[in-house]
Design a binder for this molecule. Structure first.
Ligand code: GLC
Ligand code: CA
Length: 541
């Protein structure tokens, strides 16, 4: 496989609204990010995936774009953006822009035009349908609740919106629309960005008449065209968000021979505590499923694709809350998760605050919730007679605001995020969990991440080595070996808060180069793993 800069890279995701406020209006901004570049450089990351910073009315916090060529004034100016690209670049950090082209805001000029009349030249940039027997054209549902069709009085037709009604879906079957998107992408490529994260890319090939929302028949033709017309000639990272991907689908996107994307985000591992299709319906973490899924993806792609590796992002609960223990063993389990993920094959992503072990942030009342997805679910379920307490419990477990509370920098007012009134509450645990405390403690989670990120840069073994799971006979324990040109790396992790008796034959006495408990010599033939214990050792033959 041809070597790429993003093969040994680690990407850090910033949710700009919550990262760092620089002007005391309570909202994170680009100048705030620039102020924190030293911190990111110290962590050692190669690139920042910036959640959307474009002009937007914020119905979905920037995932509803009104102007792709303008920066949201709350976040700063185009000059700030250029300065961020330049100053990050000086530190060897690239900027990956979020590309949201499945839909725009209803306040985008194209939609404002399209709404005016059936014969408007932008009408076909979106998807319109006559009513059927006075009702919605069909049963397609919005992912944020209710019908995916919204009636427009003025022209007497429905438009399609797979997300909120303020996010009308673009019509990818329209070649003029596609050309305009490609021009916009070139505008950003010319600014010197490092690539694109592509929002719900799996939906571009939608065929609503056939009730097809994801993986439509034209999807890959569109992506190939996009590649050819825009980023294909440049050395960029492109990562598509694909909730429905399995390994076969992942190969369609990321097999280099197909000239589509560098990699995708697949979400199968994130379903390990989900019971059925409904994200709000959860069960206890299913560790055997989690292990099986990790192993499956490590083995499946081979040279026909590349994995992304992540535990959390702005749509998911905090990693340590979902997969670890965010109370007694918070530090141990956060480090365990880092060790397991960062030594797998693929490109790791760190979501802001994950490197501090930031936790979910429960609310007492729906009035404290900002996220449209949680709000809509709550309203819909209340109207069906559900109990407030049950719904809040679901939101506290899976709601997207958990990951969106402000970054915890230090123990000063509002965790050092803002000198004003933060747009979303700060987690009350900030006096204990914050960046300054981590930086001052050489045993902190932060330095575990730093060590892992640096190790990947220096060791082809982690980047290109083969993966083999080691069977331990213990459900709660995950062990694997990476192997490359006669070198071996063993990784062992306890995913439970219980002691686990490990007994592996055939390993020499080892010393860990990274671990979450102080370790001497490790005898794997009789090793009792402590709660959430994890370590990695180099094995010399
Ligand atoms: C993606 C984004 C999510 C957003 C949705 C609609 O899933 O990650 O935050 O709400 O797309 O753009
Ligand atoms: Ca601000």
């Amino acid at each position: 496989m041809e070597r790429k800069w993003w093969h040994n890279a680690t990407i850090y995701q910033i949710y700009p609204r919550s990262f760092q406020d620089s002007n005391a209006d309570g909202i994170g901004d680009l100048r705030g990010i620039i102020q924190r570049l030293d911190y990111l450089e110290k962590l050692g990351i190669t690139a920042i995936w910036l959640s959307p910073v474009y002009q937007s009315p914020n119905a979905d916090n920037g995932y509803d774009i009104a102007d792709y060529f303008k920066i949201m004034p709350e976040f700063g100016t185009m000059a700030d953006m250029e300065e961020l690209i330049q100053k990050a670049g000086q530190r060897g950090i690239k900027i990956i822009m979020d590309l949201v082209v499945n839909h725009t805001s209803d306040e985008h000029q194209w939609f404002i035009e399209a709404k005016k009349a059936k014969d408007n030249r932008y009408r076909d940039y979106y998807i319109w349908h006559d009513p059927v027997l006075g009702h919605e054209p069909n049963d397609l549902k919005s992912l944020f609740g209710g019908s995916a069709w919204q009636y427009d009085e003025q022209t007497g037709q429905y438009y399609l919106h797979f997300f909120s009604k303020k996010q009308p879906d673009l019509n990818w079957a329209n070649p003029k629309m596609r050309q305009d998107i490609y021009k916009m992408m070139d505008f950003w490529i010319d600014k010197g960005i490092g690539g694109f994260r592509m929002d719900v890319i799996e939906m571009l090939g939608k065929e609503p008449d056939k009730l097809i929302s994801t993986n439509g028949p034209k999807l890959h033709a569109y992506i190939q065209e996009m590649n050819q017309k825009t980023f294909g000639q440049h050395d960029l990272l492109t990562v598509g968000e694909a909730w429905s991907a399995n390994p076969e689908i992942a190969k369609l996107y990321s097999n280099p021979a197909r000239h589509e994307l560098s990699q995708i985000f697949q979400f199968e591992t994130t379903f390990a505590d989900q019971a059925g299709d409904d994200k709000w319906h959860t069960k206890e973490l299913d560790i055997p499923y989690l292990k099986r899924t990790l192993v499956k993806w490590q083995k499946a792609l081979g040279d026909e694709g590349w994995n992304s590796l992540f535990w959390d992002n702005h749509d998911l609960p905090r990693a340590v809350s979902q997969y670890g223990d965010d109370r007694i063993y918070r530090i141990e389990s956060a480090k365990m998760l880092a060790i397991v993920l960062h030594l797998l094959k693929g490109t790791p992503y760190v979501y802001q605050g994950e490197e501090l072990g930031m936790t979910n942030c429960p609310v007492q009342d729906i009035s404290e919730v900002n996220d449209i997805e949680s709000q809509n679910m709550y309203a819909e379920e209340i109207s069906k007679g559900a109990q407030k307490e049950d719904l809040l419990a679901k939101i506290n477990k899976k709601g997207r605001d958990n990951a969106r509370t402000p970054m915890q920098w230090d123990k000063s007012l509002n965790a050092g995020f803002t000198k004003g009134q933060p747009w979303l509450h700060v987690n009350t645990n900030y006096p204990v969990i914050n960046a300054q405390a981590c930086l001052e403690d050489k045993n902190s989670i932060f330095y575990t991440y730093q060590q892992l990120i640096a190790y990947r840069k220096q060791h082809d073994l982690v980047v290109y080595g083969d993966f083999t799971e080691i069977e331990t006979g213990l459900d709660g324990v995950f062990c694997y070996v990476r192997q490359y040109q006669g070198q071996k790396l063993l990784v062992c992790a306890n995913f439970t808060n219980q002691l686990q008796k490990l007994s592996l034959k055939g390993f020499p006495l080892l010393k860990a180069w990274i671990a979450n408990y102080a370790e001497g010599v490790l005898d794997l033939s009789q090793k009792v793993l402590k709660p959430y214990e994890a370590f990695a050792c180099e094995i010399k033959d």
